[in-house]
Design a protein around this ligand. Structure first.
Ligand code: BG6
Length: 490
């Protein structure tokens, strides 16, 4: 039986950036999905805010289009109910006008949950929070969600946190990292902490190394303007990849309570070995895609997409990361992420050590070390590579086979989008899957020396052809340690 969640308490969800791309592609479809299952209580409103002058009806039409484009099998009754919840208010944040209309809209509902979602450029986080404060729109039951990037380095992240923190208390601030809302990412916690099997092996005595790959086939497309100021290290590694690393590496929290989990993640971030300039040279690789073939067609290179042939922004990063603590001493974590790679795949590979001694004759074949592959997307699942005896008569021959648990086959259930869970958690006030201020700042403290060395040496990223696995130096990064990137087709 599918899990039917209890309805939320009454709420007003105010979405700044109401006509933006994220709202269209992710937020509206995610919210709609919670309607037919009865997760959104009757007395809940969604108030979209943006600069444009639109009527409620015009906005609802746009929202309906977003949902029909991004949701399979839309239930028309549920869609009708959902659209009725939506209202639209025009506020020009840059000009600081229109706030009275929002005040009016929210008046008289001070006792219901008031959730602000800032799906806008981070430059507006400060002005929006200050205006919400000045107009007395922040109530006891208010909370605010901010999207990454939170800053572009440690100093600017600190400033963003200070500004938002001057209006909202930390327990009201929800810093979203949508990777934490992915079903399989949470499954990682279930796998580690709801089984007794893995914990005794989960350390440097038994694990050789860990790989985390988040590969995309898409290029930067319409986001080139933002992306060129960020690059893969800020866009993906500072948040998504480091969060995944934390979930693999952290100690068992005392409970799923937000601060128990976040305290443990913070310890991992603090234990990341800071890179000296020499280590950055040796242990990181940055690349930039050139034209090639990707996702079934010819594609342009990054510089052509951007229309600027001098950009040195990286669209690919690989790094060898050390965690300086007892559990992970001498167990490198290899991270890699990039755009326009050979396939879209996000996975974590836990590579165990070789058996200490083989009792088999050499002609039994090679004993491959065990490997646990946690596939986050697509085809979510967990695969454990084990050795077995090749069935049949004759001499003993060994064979590597996967114990395969592909979730789509195991559970005939739709995987909710990360935003569905995260928005509902935010409404309920559960911060477990959101980043705390000190986590964000600790992640930057590790990233900053890399950024600083890269900007100091002023070298261009290594070019790679679209549709490949990145620059050859990324392969060299792992192979010089006698290891290889996990390849599904191996
Ligand atoms: C976003 C990045 O946070 O994550 C994008 O800004 C990236 O550049 C995206 O494409 C990847 O998310 P997903 O869920 O498609 O893996």
């Amino acid at each position: 039986m599918p899990n039917r969640p209890a309805p939320t308490d009454p709420f007003d969800l105010v979405v700044f950036g109401g006509t933006g791309d994220l709202t269209y592609r992710k937020l509206l479809p995610a919210l709609y999905h919670r309607e037919p299952v009865g997760h959104i209580c009757e007395d809940a409103r969604i108030i979209a805010v943006s600069r444009r002058q639109l009527t409620d009806e015009e906005y609802r039409e746009w929202a309906g289009k977003a949902i029909c484009e991004h949701v399979k099998d839309v239930d028309q009754d549920a869609l009708g109910r959902f659209l009725k919840r939506i209202q639209y208010v025009s506020v020009d944040v840059a000009q600081n006008t229109g706030w009275e209309a929002l005040e009016e809209k929210l008046a008289g509902r001070e006792d219901v949950i008031r959730a602000f979602y800032l799906s806008v450029s981070p430059d507006f986080f400060g002005p929006i929070c200050s205006a919400l404060g000045e107009h007395n729109l922040v109530t006891e039951k208010s909370r605010v969600t901010i999207e990454k990037p939170i800053g572009k380095d440690g100093t600017s992240a600190h400033e963003v946190n200070e500004t938002v923190g001057s209006v909202f208390k930390e327990h009201q601030i929800f810093r979203i990292d949508h990777y934490l809302g992915k079903e399989t990412v949470q499954n990682l916690m279930a796998l580690r902490f709801a089984n007794v099997l893995f914990e005794p092996l989960w350390n440097s005595a038994h694990i050789d190394h860990v790989q985390i790959t988040v590969a995309e086939t898409l290029g930067v497309e319409s986001r080139a303007g933002y992306y060129d100021t960020a690059g893969a290290l800020r866009d993906m590694v500072q948040n998504h990849l480091l969060q995944l690393l934390c979930l693999v590496a952290m100690e068992a929290p005392e409970s799923m309570a937000p601060d128990s989990v976040r305290d443990e993640k913070l310890k991992v971030l603090k234990a990341l070995r800071r890179m000296t300039p020499e280590m950055v040279e040796r242990n990181t690789v940055r690349g930039q895609y050139r034209s090639g073939a990707s996702a079934g067609g010819a594609v342009r290179g990054y510089l052509e997409e951007l229309g600027n042939d001098t950009s040195t922004t990286e669209t690919f990063v690989a790094a060898k990361v050390d965690i300086a603590n007892w559990r992970w001493a001498n167990v490198p974590f290899y991270l890699r992420t990039g755009k326009r790679l050979a396939s879209r795949v996000s996975e974590i590979t836990i590579q165990f050590k070789d058996v200490p001694h083989s009792i088999f004759l050499p002609d039994a074949g090679r004993i491959a070390a065990n490997k646990l592959v946690i596939r986050l997307q697509p085809d979510e699942g967990v695969k454990m590579q084990v050795m077995i005896k090749d069935p049949g008569p004759g001499s003993m021959r060994l064979r590597e086979v996967p114990l395969d648990m592909t979730f789509a086959e195991a559970f005939n259930a739709r995987h909710p989008d990360a935003y569905e869970r995260l928005i509902m958690d935010m409404i309920r006030g559960n911060q477990t899957l959101f980043m705390r201020r000190d986590e964000v700042e600790a992640a930057w403290a590790w990233i900053d020396p890399i950024l600083s060395h890269w900007s100091h040496v002023k070298e261009s990223p290594k070019p790679y052809t679209s549709g490949t696995w990145g620059p050859s130096s990324s392969i060299a990064l792992i192979e010089r340690d006698g290891r290889t990137w996990h390849d599904e087709s191996d």
